[in-house]
Design a protein around this ligand. Structure first.
Ligand code: KIV
Length: 275
């Protein structure tokens, strides 16, 4: 059975932590699904990790559908959440609903994620009223990087912390089934987690949240443009890949690859007729 919003809510109620990672392609999604991850986020971080942009601002609906559908094809149990890209929902409720619908129909998402608090509550209401589950995202919201002036921890002052708490209550009230808390102090994230009935998913928000999400290239040491403080390297796959690429280059240049066992044969009498 596929994980759903119910899996998230039951995990919170039973005190079971929710595991979530980003993925952007079929084969990575399949490995995560086989490993038993609860949910995959097709994040608009694909703008950085897959497309090489310096931020997520240029990511399009077509990018999200293309990568989202590939991830969905690679999963059987894992829930797939697809990010709504910059300006696909901020404009108005109509755009938000149409674009969320496309991520469900064409991307085969189980839910969509969007960034923002009170200001996007009308959009959350419109999308959830159409039967589409919405995950909210507060704290350091990368689509607003230009307004923040960089990747800074959010919610450190009383005023800023209060605003995040109010936003969290507002998105829950608007119908969000979960909320990502990014780059906020751990004790603030714990307080929000205690106040909310819906699960919180932390990234750089300490271990008091109901679940955690990481960008998979960060946890595998595959992305070196920017390494956030909270990103634990669970394996150094980046180095393994670089070494394998170097070995391949060496064997090709020395003529030792392909070897006998990688080679197809033809009968000598057939070959003889070709000369
Ligand atoms: O796009 C993304 O990968 C995200 C996570 C950082 C939560 O939004």
């Amino acid at each position: 059975m596929k994980n759903t919003v119910r899996t998230f809510q039951m995990a919170k109620e039973e005190g079971r932590k929710i595991s979530m990672l980003t993925a952007y392609d079929y084969s990575t999604a399949k490995l995560m699904d086989e490993a038993g991850i609860d949910a995959i986020l097709v994040g608009d971080s694909l703008g950085n990790t897959m497309l090489g942009y310096e931020d997520t601002v240029s990511v399009t609906m077509e990018d999200m559908i293309h990568h989202g559908a590939a991830v969905a094809r690679g999963t059987s149990k894992t829930m797939v959440v697809i990010d709504m890209p910059f300006m696909s929902y901020q404009t108005n409720e109509y755009d938000a609903l149409v674009n969320a619908g496309r991520l469900m129909k064409e991307g085969r998402a189980g839910a969509v994620k969007l960034e923002g608090g009170q200001s996007v509550c009308p959009q959350i209401k419109a999308i959830t009223s159409a039967g589409i589950p919405v995950m909210a995202h507060l704290g350091l919201t990368p689509q607003s990087i230009n307004a923040f002036g960089g990747n800074r921890v959010q919610g450190k002052s009383e005023e800023a912390a209060r605003k995040i708490i109010e936003d969290a209550m507002a998105v829950q009230e608007a119908g969000a089934f979960a909320v990502v808390l990014e780059c906020i102090p751990a004790k603030l994230a714990t307080l929000i987690t205690e106040k909310l009935a819906i699960p919180t998913i932390g990234i750089g928000a300490g271990n008091g949240c109901d679940g955690q999400v990481l960008v998979y290239q960060d946890m595998l040491g595959m992305f070196s443009d920017y390494i956030p403080k909270f990103a634990k390297k669970f394996a150094d796959v980046g180095t393994v890949m670089k070494n394998a690429f170097a070995d391949y280059i060496k064997e090709v240049s020395e003529g030792t690859y392909p070897a006998e066992e990688h080679t197809f044969k033809i009968d000598d009498d057939v070959l003889g007729k070709l000369y």
